[in-house]
Design a protein around this ligand. Sequence first.
Ligand SMILES: [Zn+2]
Length: 120
Amino acid sequence: MPSDWPIISYFNSGTATSRHILSQLEFVAREQWYELYRHKEDGSLWRLDADDKYQQRFLVKIDNAETWATFDATQLEQGLLLESRGGLSEDRCKWKSCESRAIQRSAFCVVHTYEQGVRK
Ligand SMILES: [Zn+2]
């Protein structure tokens, strides 16, 4: 069965979902803060943040096996943050001179919420 996982998703260690995902992956390599896995059935590549109890881990689909360790997932992570908050609010971002709209349950837009280390 091929993986039909989204391009990016939260990976929460110790959950049934994370165990199920890992059971379908085989470890390929580790570099710096990331681990690379290959889906056993369809061969797709997935990058996982190394285990760190203080940081939210993400599972990201990787298209280029050469640059997997340096692939910048910031925009994907911001998209997931926006989605997890339920989208934009009616308010303007409180960041000085930022014109963007704030996201739900934050005083800031997605970029400025993210810049403060918020991931979810
Ligand atoms: Zn902003």
